[in-house]
Design a protein around this ligand. Structure first.
Ligand SMILES: [Zn+2]
Ligand SMILES: [Zn+2]
Length: 116
């Protein structure tokens, strides 16, 4: 079990995605792997379609500054009713695209699991 890099929640299933993290650029010039939980890939997928712009100065996944950001609505599990808290993250277009790719890979994986 590892923690999702977007909502910070530990989940059994995480979807890897490659993110270009500016401050680690010298160590990982081709991008580094991060993990999103399934819920967050769904959230980025929705956001990808909605394209709702969000103000802010920094992408909350890769840390890039000065980019157009997009709102991603996430749900963090909570112990009391309704058992989740809604929260919002701001992602740059690159990270949103990476999340969308991770979502599509995950859907394909799930479809293949059903075939067996
Ligand atoms: Zn998550
Ligand atoms: Zn980003």
């Amino acid at each position: 079990m590892a923690d999702c890099d977007l909502c910070g929640v530990g989940r059994p299933t995480l979807c890897p995605l490659k993110v270009h993290v500016q401050r680690f650029y010298s160590a990982y010039p081709k991008g580094m792997w991060m993990n999103l939980c399934e819920e967050c890939t769904e959230a980025t997928h929705d956001s990808f379609q909605l394209n709702s712009e969000k103000s802010g100065n920094k992408c909350q996944l890769c840390g890039k500054k000065g980019e157009q950001l997009y709102a991603v609505e996430i749900r963090i599990p909570d112990f009391s009713e309704p058992y989740y808290k809604e929260d919002e993250r701001a992602l740059c277009a690159d990270c949103l695209q990476a999340g969308e790719d991770a979502y599509n890979r995950r859907q394909k994986e799930k479809a293949e699991e059903h075939e067996h």
